[in-house]
Write a protein that binds this ligand. Sequence first.
Ligand SMILES: Nc1nc2c(ncn2[C@@H]2O[C@H](COP(=O)(O)OP(=O)(O)OP(=O)(O)O)[C@@H](O)[C@H]2O)c(=O)[nH]1
Ligand SMILES: [Mg+2]
Length: 192
Amino acid sequence: MAKKYDFLFKLLLIGDSGVGKTCLIIRFAEDNFNSTYISTIGIDFKVKTIDVDGKKVKLQVWDTAGQERFKTITTAYYRGAMGIILVYDITDDKSFENIQNWMKSIKENASAGVSRMLLGNKCDIEAKRKVSKETGEKLAKDHGISFFETSAKSSINVEEVSRAGAAVSHFKLWRRRSYRNPVRSRARQERR
Ligand SMILES: Nc1nc2c(ncn2[C@@H]2O[C@H](COP(=O)(O)OP(=O)(O)OP(=O)(O)O)[C@@H](O)[C@H]2O)c(=O)[nH]1
Ligand SMILES: [Mg+2]
């Protein structure tokens, strides 16, 4: 059977409960939105294959529960991720303050040098905004990572985020010699 994709990338979403991680993933994978809140239990994932520069990139996006009681389960998945997407809610300043704790959790549980990205979700509810775009941008800049304001509801920047996630993962893999030239690299390993 022909392979249906050229590359597989694993991304993981983290952030406080209720910021919209599941909705972002559903918007990305199924182009749908539901305003009923069903808090995630433990961990879940969705897949979608997108086209990046003529290559079929299969994105496996892991959705974690934001609730504290699932922390032991969810942090076990950090290490397998190529990219981790931190999400806060622009109408909830506590969720933004907590990004520092989520950053700490990445440091403690993920592979060193994992790609990170920061998202301020629910940018469709401007009237209830508590965190300015500049504040989000500054935090991302301080950590040297990309930043987007998104809306799962109004479908703002969701596709851009998935493309950026795929591009960063691709770049990271590209720097590995074994990825660029698997045959030569295997021969080298066998000689050792
Ligand atoms: N207005 C608006 N509401 C949103 C948006 N994204 C999510 N919501 C709403 O916010 C609530 C929580 O969304 P979820 O995606 O379930 O939140 P979560 O981060 O997955 O929460 P946990 O699974 O508990 O960690 C739901 O009622 C959604 O309808 C958005 O972009 N705009
Ligand atoms: Mg959820």
